[in-house]
Write a protein that binds this ligand. Structure first.
Ligand code: MF3
Ligand code: CO
Ligand code: CO
Length: 261
């Protein structure tokens, strides 16, 4: 979507702020013994208390608020009471908050979509680096964004960091425009594609690199949602929703204590 009207910018900011602060709150709860279900319940409560709704619940039939993907799970893991996090795990937490405006009986939804991958207790130095590098690639991609930059600039910034670290890059999933119906064009690849498609001021997009400790390849599990690496090596995922401006971006889903580097 292209937002230019000030009231709409305020609503998309509100959605992003709720998503970012909820994500920070649940990520702080990650510790050995907690289930992904408990994290999901807390996220739903916080999003609703803030006056928004969980974007993913019911989206294409997804049953929960937070996509929670542990270790070799890449994205779209379903929260479960029996999925108990243990020391040394990593977990990608991805959530959306929807703020609704109603005008003349018509609904308009504004959405913030954001993810981080966090450590449960102590993790290996190699996993620490996987998280740090994937996060750095998101910031690198954000730093090239402005009106006139191409999708290839974004993919290139991400690919360079993945190559330097020797990671696999997930090819099947990527960033996207965000509109009233959530996902919209353009699809934003996390590698160089040669795309000359340009960003425009007022565009709202999500960038979401996914790096694998092993190869690029992923597969879908039997549950129809959870994406796992084919080689079962761990994977990390970070995402922000962004408003493109003439000279850069506004990070809509910035977390209250996030330090952008
Ligand atoms: N949050 C994912 C993304 O970043 C999409 C989740 S789809 C859902 O694009 F159905 F699982 F919610
Ligand atoms: Co997301
Ligand atoms: Co997204």
């Amino acid at each position: 979507m292209i937002v230019t009207a000030v009231p709409d910018i305020e609503l998309i900011r509100k959605a992003g702020q709720i998503a970012g602060s909820t994500l920070e709150a649940i990520s702080q709860m990650v510790q050995p013994g907690i289930s992904t279900w408990e994290l999901d319940e807390l996220a739903e409560k916080l999003i609703r208390e803030a006056g928004a709704t969980p974007t993913f619940k019911g989206y294409r039939g997804f049953p929960a608020t937070v996509c929670s993907s542990v270790n070799e799970e890449v994205v779209h893991g379903i929260p479960n009471k029996n999925k108990i996090l243990k020391e040394g795990d990593i977990v990608s937490l991805d959530l959306g908050a929807t703020v609704r405006k109603t005008e003349n009986g018509k609904h308009f939804d504004f959405i913030g979509d954001t993810a981080i991958t966090v450590a449960c207790g102590q993790i290996s130095p190699r996993l620490e680096k996987l998280l740090a590098d994937t996060k750095a690639s998101l910031y690198a991609a954000i730093s090239v964004c402005k009106a006139g930059a191409t999708l290839d600039d974004i993919g290139g910034a991400i690919e360079d960091i993945a190559k330097a670290g020797g990671y696999g890059i997930v090819r099947e999933y990527g960033g996207h425009g965000i509109g009233y119906q959530y996902h919209e064009d353009p699809f934003i690849l996390n590698y160089r594609s040669g795309s000359k498609t340009k960003l425009k001021a007022g565009m709202v997009i999500a960038i979401e690199p996914m790096f694998n400790q092993g190869g690029d390849h992923v597969r879908l599990k039997q549950d129809g949602w959870t994406v796992v690496t084919k080689d079962y090596k761990p994977s990390a995922h970070f995402e922000h929703s962004l408003l493109i401006t003439d000279d850069g971006v506004e990070i809509l889903t910035k977390r209250p204590n996030e330090v952008i580097k």
